[in-house]
Design a protein around this ligand. Structure first.
Ligand code: FMN
Length: 322
């Protein structure tokens, strides 16, 4: 076996890995394959370009972007637990103006679509963000983050109530023409009414899920961890929760779903697609191995070839018939 990867690794032409995340939208959001880098775990994409072939990904979602730059929460902000990672980054980012000036022109030259994840503390901040990102070249879609558990105000409050989810979705849709993915929180008692509200107000797709709120305690150090006092749990620990939520929302809402939470292997991707996801986002697993997503794309191709399935879309929702 060669120890380098050639383009012969690309899927044979009879295999269709392409998925559509905004089928009724004028520009659409068509991905060459269903594997997307999750927000906050892949920077602005360029940081990874020397260690993995980012152009082969289905898409990249950039770090959560706010109206003004943010420094984020105090350290430590990352804590490893038995089968997951706790983070309380607190949306450290460069702010929307620098993103438009410095990052979007770079993305405009890329083959891989880049999706901008937006987060706010008020309805007005979401509206202003949507307006500033209108017509910016290099941005393929917006991902509305109403699910960040690591900031003191806003964010997750919108994602906890169907009425607020509806208002923020409608407001962003009214101010920006791009396809819109609404990213939901698992920190709710019933995710289905929230998913329905986003869909009703024009979300083109839904992403499920963001991190689950949690904490750790350092007994000898007499400290709560992360330093913020709580954090968002990601990684394998949350996969069954995310998988169930994808399944439940797929039963209730007729919109493309992007599954996210603890995905590390092709087996995980197949499970999420069977539950109803059309694409997946991968976060924490890229920290362990930055080539995880590229390996999964290759494994998906092999799986389709071996199983005699020509079109990956045939895998979506199969578990609903079992
Ligand atoms: C360090 C870190 C930072 C994150 N930052 C964001 C963010 O800015 N916006 C967002 O919507 N999600 C953010 N997330 C959540 C991930 O995008 C993803 O929803 C979550 O980690 C679950 O996927 P995973 O188990 O594959 O990591 C972050 C996650 C981690 C671990």
């Amino acid at each position: 076996m060669p120890d380098f990867v050639l383009d012969t690794d690309l899927p044979p032409s009879h295999l269709k890995l392409m998925v559509q995340l905004a089928p009724g939208h004028p520009t659409g959001l068509n991905l060459s394959n269903p594997v997307i880098a999750a927000s906050g775990t892949f920077g602005y994409g360029d940081e990874y370009s020397e260690i993995t072939d980012i152009q082969r990904l289905g898409a990249i979602v950039c770090k959560g972007t706010t109206l003004n730059p943010r420094q984020g929460n105090p350290q430590p902000r990352l804590v490893e637990t038995a089968s997951g990672l706790l983070n309380s980054i607190g949306l450290e980012n460069i702010g929307v103006d620098r993103l438009v000036r410095e990052k979007a022109p770079v993305w405009a030259e890329w083959k891989v679509p880049v999706i901008v994840n937006i987060a706010g503390e008020s309805l007005k901040e979401y509206k202003d963000l949507a307006a500033k990102l209108r017509g910016v070249k290099g941005i393929a879609a917006l991902e509305l983050n109403i699910s960040c558990p690591n900031i003191k105000a806003g964010g997750i409050e919108f994602g906890r109530r169907p009425d607020l989810t509806a208002r923020v979705t409608a407001a962003v849709k009214a101010r920006n023409e791009l396809p819109l993915i609404v990213k939901l929180s698992p920190n709710v008692s019933d995710i289905v009414p929230i998913a329905r509200a986003a869909a009703r107000e024009g979300a083109d797709a839904l992403c499920l899920v963001n991190t689950l709120k949690g904490m750790a305690i350092d007994i000898p150090g007499k400290k709560k961890l992360p330093a913020f006092g709580s954090g968002g749990l990601s990684g394998p620990a949350i996969k069954p929760v995310a998988l169930y939520m994808v399944y439940a929302v797929a039963e209730a809402v007729d919109k493309p779903i992007v599954g996210c939470g603890g995905i590390e292997s092709v087996q995980d991707v197949l499970e999420f697609m069977a539950a109803g996801a059309r694409a997946v986002e991968i976060g924490t697993a890229s920290f362990t191995n930055p080539s995880t997503m590229i390996n999964i794309i290759k494994d998906l191709t092999d799986y389709l070839s071996r199983s005699g399935i020509n079109d990956i879309n045939q895998l979506v929702g199969t578990a609903h018939r079992w």
